[in-house]
Design a protein around this ligand. Structure first.
Ligand SMILES: [Zn+2]
Length: 112
């Protein structure tokens, strides 16, 4: 979970929008495209992930706007945890990019 998702602002956003999103069910999961039916376990997720949106200069208000939010499968028995998988993939990408940058730097180091 990112700092963004631990912030009181995000907690308020979820509280304010969860019922609005719930009213649109059944709907497609914003991460896997599979169905989310009323009664399924789901979370409020970002269509454009927070790290991507921030890198593009979006404000927090834009990132948390209802137009960027949608339902994503939450961890439950027999069900994918799409929100956690999406977050994990982004985290792994970040780690890999950092490792690649470090390798590049090491490669260019003089050998003396
Ligand atoms: Zn899903």
């Amino acid at each position: 979970m990112t700092a963004h998702h631990r912030s009181p602002e995000w907690q308020r956003t979820v509280r304010a929008n969860r019922s609005k999103i719930a009213a649109t069910l059944p709907a497609r999961c914003i991460d896997c495209g599979g169905a989310i039916r009323p009664g399924d376990r789901w979370q409020v997720g970002h269509r454009i992930p927070v790290v991507v949106a921030k890198a593009q200069g979006w404000t927090t208000a834009q990132i948390n706007d209802l137009s960027n939010l949608g339902p994503t499968h939450a961890k439950a028995p027999g069900q994918r945890a799409c929100n956690q998988i999406a977050g994990g993939k982004l985290g792994a990408k970040k780690t890999q990019a950092k490792a690649a940058a470090k390798r590049e730097t090491t490669k260019r180091m003089p050998s003396w």
